[in-house]
Design a protein around this ligand. Structure first.
Ligand code: TMP
Length: 266
């Protein structure tokens, strides 16, 4: 039912056909401790995919999800802005080309940021955090680093304030691992959709996208342990291998199948 709503509200959402939006409600009842009860599995794994337009991150995110599922892991594939029906509606508003917005005044950088953060708050609260708590691998196409790169480096908003706001809406949730797909801006934009399919941000001038790329590279320098840079000019297969090789050591102990609903009186 909710899946239908999600599909109805956004034409891009077919890439989320297997989006497991219904994270089963978990009972908070833990019951009396039984001797010999298996230790709970550790919580999930949160991986994000970042990069400029046309960097190929979305296809690789989907490919990794498919590969991990083939290996039996429970994977939730999602994206930002978006990921829940509410957040997908915000995405539609945010990315509509200027001439399709409800009124002609341009969005201010502050309005844009607030919409993105509203989407993130809903997504983190209702999808990402519950899924991680149940041991899922959550693969997210863009997350907080995009806000720093686009709204911070691209639009020129204050980075310290953006970091604080990111922390506020995510309650400090940080990816375990981030892949940054890097390539020259002209190459990325040339790969991008046709002009008619371009979203509002795709249509920003070259200099904006160059600032965004510089921002992503600066973030990667700053968070060397979390952010792994990928040369997005390599072949699809080479990149997929590099990603799987990086992720493999982190898989130990993760849930192999979606956990079933736990009844409080079990
Ligand atoms: P994409 O998912 O097709 O890359 O489109 C998402 C667009 O949203 C992209 O232009 C980047 C933009 N964006 C921001 O500006 N800030 C953000 O925090 C996020 C998540 C996305």
């Amino acid at each position: 039912m909710l899946q239908a709503t999600l599909e109805d509200c956004n034409p891009f959402v077919e890439i989320f056909n297997d989006l497991d939006y219904h994270i089963p409600v978990v009972s908070t009842y833990s019951g009396p401790k039984r001797p010999g009860r298996a230790k709970p599995k550790r919580s999930g794994l949160f991986i994000t995919f970042e990069g400029i337009e046309g960097s190929g991150k979305t296809s690789q995110c989907h490919h990794l999800a498919t590969t991990l599922r083939e290996h039996g892991y429970w994977v939730i594939e999602t994206r930002e802005p978006g990921g829940t029906p509410w957040a997908e509606q915000i995405r539609t508003l945010l990315l509509s080309p200027q001439n399709q917005l409800p009124s002609p005044e341009p969005l201010t950088p502050e309005t844009e940021t607030c919409l993105i953060l509203a989407s993130r708050s809903h997504h983190v609260t209702h999808l990402v955090t519950p899924a991680l708590a149940r041991g899922a691998i959550v693969l997210c196409d863009r997350f907080s680093d995009s806000t720093l790169a686009y709204q911070g480096y691209g639009r020129g908003l204050d980075l310290t304030r953006l970091r604080q706001m990111n922390r506020w809406v995510t309650h400090g949730l940080t990816p375990h691992l981030t892949f940054l797909f890097d390539l020259p801006v002209r190459q990325g934009l040339a790969r991008r959709r046709t002009a008619a399919q371009q979203n509002r941000l795709d249509r920003e001038p070259l200099a904006f996208h160059q600032r965004v790329r510089r921002g992503f590279r600066a973030l990667a320098m700053h968070h060397r342990r979390r952010i792994v840079s990928i040369d997005a000019r390599s072949t699809f297969e080479a990149i997929a291998q590099q990603i799987f090789h990086t992720v493999s050591p982190l898989l130990e102990g993760l849930t192999q199948h979606p956990p079933s609903f736990e009844s409080p009186d079990r």
